[in-house]
Design a protein around this ligand. Sequence first.
Ligand code: SF4
Ligand code: SF4
Length: 482
Amino acid sequence: MAALKPSERMKIPRQPMPEQEPAQRAANFQEVNCGYSAEAASTEACRCLQCKDAKCVGGCPVNIDIPGFVDALADGDLSRAADILFADNVLPGITGRVCPQETQCEAVCVRAKKGTPVGIGYMERFVADWARQHRKDLFEPPTPTGFRVAVVGSGPGGLTCAGELAKRGHAVTVFEALHIPGGVLVYGIPEFRLPKAIVHAEVETLRRRGVEIVTDVVIGQTYTIHELMKGEGYHAVFVANGAGLPVFQGIPGENLKGVYSANEFLTRVNLMGAYRFGETDTPVIKASQIVVVGGGNTAMDSVRTARRLGASPATLVYRRSREEMPARVEEVKHAEEEGVVFRMLCNPLEVLGDDKGWVSGVRCIRMELGDPDASGRRRPVPIPGSEFEIPCQVFIEAIGTKANPLLTQTTPGLQTNKWGNIVVDDNNMTSIPGVFAGGDIVRGGATVILAMGDGKHAAAAIHQYLTTGCSGNGRAKLNAVP
Ligand code: SF4
Ligand code: SF4
């Protein structure tokens, strides 16, 4: 296989991802994408041109050696492929499923210039799934350094940082506020996109690597950052507690029964298993008509979840056009196939209620696109007199989240910006020496893979800080040495 000429590789068509049929999957919570067969993965690997200057690697926030693991896969050496993949990415089963590869590595794959890029994410998923079943011995235990690092939050940024630090021999404790590790991976992303079993398995792999995970501990309440460093004796801290505070539109009727933030709705269904209420203790309001407002992946997850709970129609309302939607193209396509109704270029003005205080509908206004705004996207402008109503019994707001102030307000000296996000330098170090931060608490809302990129970058800076006494920019000096 590896002896194929580039011209022969160019002739191989991209291998499609097998999926559950739309009508079937709209009624269940099982994973939509079924994964490559060994044959499809190997064929797809042969499409890679093994570029000397592999642009795809620079397009990956955790800099996976993509040609390396793909070459091993093309050779049928899955063990080598797994070693290469896990050396750069501690959560490949997760990223292979939810990373927006079409805007990351695959967007800069040379094959995208003349056709379709190599299916990097799909192959990553295949190798990670193979490794989960066949390789328990992925890591050589490193020599312990004696340094202790606390990681706040067990989402993608925190887990990545923890795994990278553990590889280097540091003792890492991850503090998670919820009762299950995974952060947004378990409370935000639905089972049909990312099965919880995959998250639990990759968390277990980190535990085998020596990472300690402590749940039900809220940093900022149970311990402050200063208590972790002074009282508990951690030499450095990485803060990756996300941005979990929901944002609401501030329109009339938001206090009616049947209005959810996407965070609450998804947490009930995903983390607490409300779609299996009866077997589980947490309910969620099921309704025949549900409206979701928003255009990102969280909005798409919410409306597809509503569809699976039986809503017909499950309607998505977005104030811009489809071209401006930030959601992944694949998720939009899947939602459409599953029967989600898209109402583009309209915006809710008011949630309507009945005389018992329950949601009965949403009053919206049509929009048109005006001149570009600061983000470069065309600004949506209301069309006077175009109001209309959509009947529904549940209304879900998925327009964004912001930083929870609990941790930042209990950490004197921690610099934040006007949105409450933590300010960091090029090494992800905050205004407090030895305290680093990354992911949504810094970026104010990003993707899983960008948070993981921060975690990896910060781990390298923390390692340097611990082993040299300075973080790389010379301003931080480590005081306590084990
Ligand atoms: Fe591509 Fe994402 Fe995998 Fe990196 S982690 S190789 S960007 S799919
Ligand atoms: Fe392979 Fe595309 Fe990367 Fe080149 S850019 S090494 S073809 S995946």
